[in-house]
Design a protein around this ligand. Structure first.
Ligand SMILES: [Mg+2]
Length: 189
């Protein structure tokens, strides 16, 4: 039986399908350094790390987008130590291949998630993977969804599953329904 009426399930990755153990303690400091180099403004502050990058990319364009993508690859590589899968979701995805089409929409770099997906045998299950390096603008910007959306389908056929407000607002901005991973987990249990 199909638990959700939707045809297309769009998953966040970190803290949704799998929790990456990455030491983020230097993230703000390093992003701020990039921001100051780009703008020359030493008084810059970071409120939200995603919105900080989105605003700078919107203002300064492709070159800055690439700076952040390169930074993310390096940062995640250097600060990753382990990961912990959410087996309920992993198994749901594996066992429901005929019921839905699955997409991944993550802010993590493809080089961070590829080995994890391989280890979990999830490398063939997604129609499309949108990762940090696929987009200029991170969630909550809906740019990633433009790459997921299949022409002539209904937005009401898409459901986004994630853990954060970035996911929630990304879904809202994309015009699709959102369910928190905890509620999703309860439904599939
Ligand atoms: Mg997440």
């Amino acid at each position: 039986m199909k638990l959700f009426p939707h045809k297309y399930l769009v998953f966040d990755f970190d803290a949704t399908i799998d929790s990456l153990i990455i030491d983020w303690s230097k993230e703000r400091e390093e992003l701020l350094e990039i921001g100051i180099n780009v703008t020359g403004d030493k008084n810059m502050k970071i409120d939200d790390v995603h919105v900080f990058q989105i605003d700078l990319v919107k203002k300064y364009g492709d070159e800055v987008a690439q700076l952040f993508i390169d930074w993310s690859r390096k940062f995640e590589k250097e600060n990753y130590s382990a990961h912990q899968p959410n087996m309920k979701l992993v198994n749901f995805i594996k066992n429901n291949q005929t019921q839905y089409k699955f997409f991944l929409w993550t802010g993590n770099h493809i080089e961070t998630i590829t080995p994890v997906l391989s280890e979990l045998n999830l490398d063939e299950v997604f129609e499309k993977i949108i990762s940090r390096d696929s987009v200029k603008l991170l969630k909550p910007d809906p740019e990633g969804f433009f790459q997921i959306f299949i022409p002539e389908t209904e937005k009401s056929d898409y459901l986004m599953i994630g853990d954060s407000n970035s996911d929630r607002f990304a879904a809202k901005g994309s015009g699709i329904e959102f369910i928190h991973v905890d509620d999703f987990e309860n439904k599939i249990s």
